[in-house]
Design a protein around this ligand. Structure first.
Ligand code: ADP
Ligand code: ADP
Length: 231
């Protein structure tokens, strides 16, 4: 069964019908790619799943239970992690502080600063991320490193669903490759990944399922097998 299910979801902002009749199934261990041009409704979709906006039509189910996330905090504590393109981390805070940010109440309880630093360092190393100085502010890191730290954090704190908002849009070829590799790690760790992107090539490299939005509607919904060129 899908971990997250959007049934006939619609969203109106006043007269603007930003989403209508949207059906999306997110499964554990799969990457669902959502593609679409500007104005397609991608941000609106993210905001609904992340608890920033409520939907105005349809229903959303998490693990089979109908859900409205009243706030980002509620979405997060329900196992939904969101990695925003520009705001993946708090730029002026240190790497280790960012690793625990918003999650202190989960696994940071009772840890002092040295212990939190140690855990952050060990977890990042485990995931193959080498940051020489965890006290550095995140603004000193590359965009790719920031995305990857945000992903590592989502995995460590037990997210079931991770939404990635155009994680490769601002990156070059090499850094995009690193981020795509971490998308596969999340998939292999059994998370349900929602990969929002403009880039069909990046989607095809990692995706199991593809949804194309256009002016608020789903115009293509295909499993990887359905996209094969062989007849
Ligand atoms: P995308 O992220 O794919 O560019 P959006 O979800 O931002 O798409 O926008 C979908 C449509 O909804 C657009 O027509 C946009 O102008 C409109 N829209 C988005 N946010 C708001 C808002 N807060 N108020 C009114 N209209 C909005
Ligand atoms: P909320 O539902 O949280 O009160 P709003 O729908 O009022 O939020 O607006 C959310 C954000 O989107 C605001 O910063 C607003 O300025 C912006 N916004 C408003 N209209 C549009 C639009 N047509 N397209 C994109 N963004 C918009």
């Amino acid at each position: 069964a899908p971990i997250l299910e959007l049934d006939d979801i619609g969203k109106r902002y006043g007269n603007v019908h930003a989403l209508r009749g949207v059906n999306i199934r997110v499964r554990k261990g799969e990457v669902t790619c959502v593609l679409g041009d500007n104005g397609a409704g991608k941000s609106t979709l993210i905001k609904i799943i992340a608890g920033l906006h409520d939907y105005t039509e349809g229903s959303m189910k998490l693990d089979g239970e109908e859900t409205h996330f009243a706030s980002p905090r509620v979405a997060q504590s329900s196992g939904i992690a969101t990695v925003y393109q520009d705001l993946a981390l708090a730029p002026l805070m240190s790497v280790w502080r960012n690793f625990f940010l918003g999650n202190e109440i989960r696994k940071g309880v009772g840890l002092d600063i040295d212990e939190m630093k140690k855990v952050a360092g060990e977890e990042l190393t485990k995931m193959g991320i080498v940051i020489p100085d965890l006290d550095r502010p995140v603004s000193a890191l590359s965009g790719g490193q920031r995305q990857v730290i945000a992903i590592a954090r989502a995995i460590y704190f037990g997210a079931n669903v991770v939404i990635l908002d155009e994680p490769t849009a601002a990156l070059g070829v090499k850094q995009s490759g690193v981020v795509l590799k971490y998308i596969l790690k999340m998939r292999d760790a059994g998370l349900g990944v929602i990969f929002i992107t403009h880039n069909p090539h990046h989607a095809y490299l990692v995706g199991n399922h593809f949804v194309i939005l256009k002016l608020g509607r789903v115009v293509l919904d295909a499993h990887r097998d359905e996209l094969t060129l062989e007849q």
